[in-house]
Write a protein that binds this ligand. Structure first.
Ligand SMILES: Cc1cc2nc3c(=O)[nH]c(=O)nc-3n(C[C@H](O)[C@H](O)[C@H](O)COP(=O)(O)OP(=O)(O)OC[C@H]3O[C@@H](n4cnc5c(N)ncnc54)[C@H](O)[C@@H]3O)c2cc1C
Length: 389
């Protein structure tokens, strides 16, 4: 099979690896518009469960990814000046996006995949001789947008503003800090992804964002203001923004993407090109890997291509339902932060861990907390609340 993977992100690279493993005679090229070693973003979280799946799918790349990941086993949650450290929430780990992609690219090449960097693809006509075109070209997929009506793409835009930053501060526990300003709350989640680096995602409501002047501030001024607000967790380390400085910081509203269908002829969407889930549950990379694994399996089940693509779409849409709901509720929890943040710290922290709950929005938070505590005492629920990722 001649396969063209558009996009050298986690979806495209992992798909190329799994296809080659299943049949080395496949002719696979990954087209990535950026230069090798350049990517957006900082570190991403990876869970123990994900590593287990990756080990089963391709032990070689899983071993390199695990060796490069930085681990944490505790969580620190600060609200104003009061900090609580929680042990016993699920341990997690972080890996730099660049390292992740380098490891996958090296493994893909080892298996015989061609990777063409600085090669942008914007239409299927450029890949006319491919049997399959795998669109792993991210949330702004050009291949999807060309047929937006066919795919039925829909974006739900989140209210809050966020900015994805890096820092040289190494957060040992996964760290949350909620800071109150005269214009409202601003909060950060930080997690390490190496011996000298962490990711720091900062978020706030639109009123706060405008009130503090983030909408009109240069990136440098914005970073300096955030460093002051989060000085208690940064310990003098700087925050880092875009690799190529822009005029303003890269604040965004998260866009949750869904598509009515995921394939058209021999073109198939995967990863962020097909769906996105709010970053506060740290699942996008895992889902991109999952798409790649299911599609690679179905393409080797001796089915006509359109049937395999249909089954892929159905299986993945169904697998994504619960994660999509959890991501939506988690994003809403942060959009309704004032409802929770003024509660006594032990309740606020417990509800942070329970933010994916289907009923929390509809029940007074303290009542929900008491109900949750009682269920745990009676053994009706697990002991550990959910963390990020
Ligand atoms: C703030 C934030 C934090 C996140 N944190 C986490 C986390 O902790 N854990 C987690 O699992 N996920 C996280 N995610 C989500 C995760 O980054 C994505 O879900 C994941 O990268 C999707 O992989 P992908 O391969 O589908 O797309 P991408 O990673 O976006 O890769 C797409 C690739 O395609 C290339 N491309 C685009 N257009 C073209 C073209 N026309 N031709 C050729 N190449 C092209 C791009 O350059 C890019 O390399 C986070 C996302 C955000 C926004």
């Amino acid at each position: 099979m001649k396969v063209a993977c558009v996009g050298g992100g986690p979806a495209g690279l992992y798909f190329s690896i799994l296809m080659k493993k299943r049949d080395p005679s496949h002719d696979i090229t990954v087209y990535e518009r950026n230069a090798a070693g350049s990517t957006y973003g900082w570190g991403v979280t990876m869970s123990k469960g994900l590593f287990k799946k990756l080990r089963r799918a391709d032990p070689e790349s899983a071993a390199s990814l695990e060796a490069s990941a930085a681990r944490w086993s505790s969580y620190s949650i600060g609200v104003r000046d009061c900090t609580t450290v929680k042990e016993g929430w699920d341990p997690g780990s972080g890996i730099g996006r660049r390292q992740l992609l380098d490891i996958l690219a090296e493994r893909a090449r080892e298996l015989g995949v061609r990777i063409e960097y600085e090669h942008e693809i914007t239409s299927e006509e450029e890949l006319a001789d491919a049997d399959l075109i795998f669109a792993g070209d991210g949330v702004n997929s050009a291949l999807r947008q060309r047929h937006a009506d066919h795919f039925g793409e829909k974006f739900a835009v989140g209210q809050n503003y966020y900015v994805w930053l890096g820092t040289s501060k190494v957060f040992e526990p996964f760290t949350y800090l909620f800071v109150e300003t005269e214009h409202g709350w601003v909060w950060a989640y930080g997690y390490k992804y190496g011996d000298d680096r962490s990711t720091c995602i900062i978020e706030c409501a639109p009123k706060t964002w405008h009130g503090l002047g983030f909408d009109r501030m240069s990136e440098t001024d914005c970073l300096r203001m955030l460093e002051k607000l989060f000085a208690s967790i940064l310990d003098g380390h700087p925050l880092m923004g875009r690799v190529t400085p822009g005029t303003t910081a890269n604040w965004l509203n998260f866009r949750t993407l869904t598509n009515r269908t995921w394939h058209r002829g021999n073109l198939v969407l995967a990863g962020d090109a097909a769906h996105t889930t709010h970053y506060s549950i740290g699942a996008g990379t895992r889902l991109a890997f999952g798409d790649a694994a299911v599609l690679a399996r179905l393409l080797h089940e001796d089915l006509p291509l359109d049937e395999a693509l249909d089954l892929y779409e159905r299986e993945r849409k169904s697998a994504l339902q619960s994660t999509g709901r959890a991501a939506y509720r988690s994003a809403r929890w942060y959009e309704h932060l004032p409802r929770y943040v003024e509660l006594p710290p032990e309740i606020m922290i417990a509800l942070l861990g329970l933010r994916r709950s289907a009923v929390l929005t509809f029940v007074p938070p303290k009542l929900y907390y008491r109900f949750d505590q009682a269920s745990r005492r009676l053994g009706l629920k697990g002991k550990k609340p959910a963390r990020r990722g």
